[in-house]
Design a protein around this ligand. Sequence first.
Ligand code: FES
Ligand code: FES
Length: 368
Amino acid sequence: MSTFPIELVVNGEAVRASVEPRMHLGDFLRRDLGLTGTHLSCEHGVCGACTVLIDGMPQRSCITFAAACSGTAITTVEGYGDDPVMAALRQAFHEHHALQCGYCTPGMLCTARDIVLRLPGPDARRVRHELAGNLCRCTGYVGIVEAILAVLLKKSSGELAMPVQAAAGAAEAAVATAADDGWVPIDLAEDGQWVEVRQSLALAQGADAAWKHLEDLPLVANCLPGAKITRHAGRRAEGVMDVKFGPVTASFAMRAELDLDAAARRGNMRAEGVDRRSSTRVKTLLDYDVVPVDAGHCKVALQLRFRLAGPLAQFSRAGLVNDYVAELTRRFGVNLGNAMAGVTAAAPVEAPGLFAMLMVRLRRLFGG
Ligand code: FES
Ligand code: FES
């Protein structure tokens, strides 16, 4: 059978290997690298035992192809070194009797660490909900939840040093706006790690003309495939964002705020939402800059950062989700260009499907 060459970083070490296309990451870690701390149970993406970090995000290694992980950084339960959050969790799991046979524990610790990084303080209901994707057949979960709450308590009291990466990400994302009319400002500060997508859009319009369109929040939001505005006041809006990703469908109730710097022709749209059926949350930051080219042309530089948290984030394969968002951003750019030109029919406002994602992957593989 043919093999794929891959290069990745596993627990801080550069790894080069050749893998069969159908080999999943869990088998690669266990069989090829001898990292048997990653446990495999259902091998269907259901139990969470095989959860590892891929580029800092908890993902199921049994439903992630090793070949798709080239260029990523993987962290398994063997690779946390002196990470303070993992050290606190290990101790708390010990003190609260949060394991019996220990089979679920590597995946449980990985998810627990992500929960501690994201939640501002102890919240038993939310911890239970966030743990829904990790199954334990022994403990009854009480000790596990208590252990995570104990570490969250340390975090909120300032006793626990947080990893530098999370603190820096939170500081960068912090947004302060005044609530003057009952609107609760969108707070992105608790989030540590963002996935980033950049696009550049060439427009046959001068920069001033293009900027006038970009000041229009409904116009900008409606160009996002799957988005629909239901309420709008000034630079704030509420609406829904429908997503269909293979067999997964979700409908996120969204809120968005727009900040504009007309002098610099620069906009920043912050949005957050929740899919109530799965209780998956999404937060996004969209920055756009209008850059003049000549009197009749300009470019719009788009930078989208997003973070998914909750069950859909855990069940989804990170690479495909990132491709999905990249394609969403590309279609947003096309729709925006058409809306500015007064064209509505050429680019239907719909979310990209799995087929489009596969085409993105194939184009990348074959350099098309
Ligand atoms: S082994 Fe059960 S989710 Fe991967
Ligand atoms: S401790 Fe045995 S499965 Fe969780």
